[in-house]
Design a protein around this ligand. Structure first.
Ligand code: IMP
Length: 150
């Protein structure tokens, strides 16, 4: 399935499931190695976008993170607005160190100075769906990542 249609838009495969899995494994190994022996908490950011007014939900939000190394796991970093808010919150809650990991990063869209520690793929400033990312609620369950063509 190289081409798909979601609502009024067409998409084609950009990253295959194998490519994504390979990269995810490599990132996981690197994080494991870098943070060996530290008290680490992983923060998954789900659903919704601050920039369009919806609230992001954070897994483990009620945990005491004082003195811990927190690794923020993002699906995609676009402008970085969401990331900035999340990092602000984590610092207020006295995390010792905050690391950022994102599967996808759009350097052309990024407007912040916050360094991103672990990046799966740098991608052009195109809209993508699949592997958890949706277009208006559609496409989230696709196993590959697709980019908008029309
Ligand atoms: P930011 O705050 O501008 O960095 O936006 C990050 C959020 O926007 C992500 O967590 C996604 O929910 C959403 N987003 C940005 N670009 C895309 C895309 O290409 N496809 C699907 N969602 C996206």
């Amino acid at each position: 399935m190289n081409e798909i249609k979601l609502l009024d838009r067409e998409f084609s495969v950009y990253l295959t499931e194998d490519e994504i899995q390979g990269r995810v494994t490599a990132l996981a190994e690197k994080i494991n190695e870098d943070l060996k022996g530290e008290d680490v908490l992983f923060f998954g950011i789900l659903n919704g976008v601050f920039s369009t007014g919806k609230i992001k939900e954070l897994i483990g939000w009620n945990e005491d993170i004082t003195g811990k190394t927190v690794v923020v796991i993002e699906d995609i970093v676009d402008t970085g607005a969401t990331l900035e808010r999340v990092i602000g919150e984590l610092k207020l809650r006295k995390a010792a160190e905050v690391k950022i990991c994102t599967l996808l990063f759009k350097p052309e869209a990024y407007t912040k100075d916050i360094p991103i520690d672990y990046i799966g793929f740098e991608i052009p400033n195109n809209f993508v769906v699949g592997y958890g990312l949706d277009y208006d609620g559609y496409g989230r369950n696709l196993k590959a990542i697709y980019k908008l063509t029309k």
